[in-house]
Design a protein around this ligand. Structure first.
Ligand SMILES: *Cc1c(COP(=O)(O)O)cnc(C)c1O
Length: 410
């Protein structure tokens, strides 16, 4: 008798995006002429820039020739890419991260879920609220939580609210925690953490022998020079943090798939008998056993993100999305809506007008302005009465969306 993993049955059935899809489909069916603009899902819209495409083509041609063909590569990634990452993302920012502490993968979503393989089952998990749902759901699947309630909160998880009241800077937990998920620039709120805030977290982790799982998928959108791009810019970060990075939002790789995870060799945890073991060794073992590397042409494409030609092309796309975010922010402000984020991130987080619930505002925007956003409550209980708009779209759609918001709420 094959038994199922019962922990999966605790999951709240992927509630958010299917429900959005259901409501949008129903609306479109009833209003076939409506030109619906989707500002909901966090996926890029601009094509890959020429330097990246050129590198991908060249590497594909190499695969067609016996003399340059490559089979399995190193599971951890090719040195050319690991070195480019270490030099450009870390050494250039004064971070002490070496190439052999970088593990190239096919996505940060997978890495941030898979990382739980190397942690004991009874670690206490802390997440911000609202939160990127992957952190929570992967803990549920692996049996690290109790049952979920109607607001989507699971027993055993420590939730740290991030709202306008605390300036989207959660308090340090007052109870014992072992694993702390942080995401900056934040999805969904678009807010960032200062050096002082991150120092507080690093010191807390050090004092409590906890590990920070730091998701920096949106670091390329940081415009404020005082905001750290990496947790390793913080003194002591190497001793307490794993960092996730992705080419998905940085360089438009959501459909191309390449990311990486950094595990400093100085990062350790304990066995039940108190022996200290380094996590780098465990992740290396895990990665080599369950993963066989990212394809060669894609790693060459990722390398081109750091090339002389690639850097300005990638920067131009980021700038384009940030300009979209500015247009959204200013359009919303004009009709009296309070917004957060959207300056160092591609997401604008807004307080719903007239204190509407997130879903009521969703229905209003869809039915009256034919715009689709994401209800804040779908990211956690503390996201209720907030709403996320994404800047990933064409300029024409963003301008039209701002027009419609002006007409609806102005
Ligand atoms: C988009 C996103 C990622 C990147 O995921 P990939 O699997 O690399 O595409 C990681 N974390 C957050 C919070 C994201 O929004």
């Amino acid at each position: 008798m094959a038994r199922v993993n019962e922990h999966y049955l605790k999951l709240k059935a992927g509630y958010l995006f299917p429900e959005i899809g259901r409501r949008v489909t129903a609306f479109c069916k009833a209003n076939p002429d409506a030109k619906v603009i989707r500002l909901g899902i966090g996926d890029v819209t601009e094509p890959l820039p020429p330097a990246i495409i050129e590198a991908m083509h060249k590497a594909t041609d190499e695969m067609a020739d016996r003399s340059s063909f490559r089979g399995y590569g190193p599971e951890q990634g090719y040195d050319f890419l690991r070195n480019a990452i270490a030099d450009n993302d870390y050494k250039a920012r004064g971070c002490d991260v070496s190439a052999d502490e970088i593990f190239v993968s096919d996505g940060s979503k997978c890495d941030s879920g898979n990382i739980l393989d190397i942690f004991g089952i009874d670690n206490v998990i802390a997440v911000t609220d609202p939160v990127y749902p992957v952190y929570v759901d992967t803990n549920v699947m692996s049996g690290r939580t109790g049952a979920g309630d109607n607001a989507g909160r699971y027993g055993g998880i420590v939730y740290m609210p991030a709202t306008a009241e605390n300036n989207f800077t959660p308090e340090l937990p007052t109870q014992h925690v072992d694993l702390i998920y942080l995401c900056y620039p934040n999805n969904p709120t678009g807010t960032v953490a200062t050096k002082e805030t991150l120092k507080k977290w690093v010191d807390f982790a050090k004092a409590n022998d906890a590990i920070i799982l730091y998701d920096a998928a949106y670091e390329a959108f940081i415009t404020d020079p005082s905001i750290p791009h990496s947790i390793y810019e913080i003194e002591g970060g190497r001793d307490v943090a794993i960092e996730f990075r992705s080419f998905s939002k940085t360089a438009g790789f959501t459909g191309t798939r390449c990311a990486f995870t950094v595990i400093p060799k100085t990062l350790t945890g304990t066995t039940p008998t108190g022996e200290r073991i380094d996590f780098h060794r465990l992740w290396n073992r895990r990665h080599c056993t369950k993963f066989n590397g990212v394809s060669y042409p894609i790693q060459r494409a990722a390398e081109a993100v750091y090339s002389e030609a690639g850097k300005p092309q990638v920067a131009a796309i980021i700038k384009f999305y940030l300009e979209n975010a500015r247009l959204l922010r200013e359009g919303l402000a004009k009709v009296g809506i309070t917004t957060y984020g959207g300056v160092n991130a591609p997401y604008v987080w807004l307080k719903t007008p007239n204190n509407a619930t997130s879903w009521d505002f969703f229905d209003l925007l869809l039915s009256k302005a034919n715009l689709v956003g994401t209800p804040g409550s779908g990211f956690g209980a503390a996201g209720e009465r907030y709403f996320r708009l994404s800047a990933f779209n064409s300029r024409a759609n963003i301008e039209e969306a701002v027009n419609r918001i002006g007409k609806l709420l102005g």
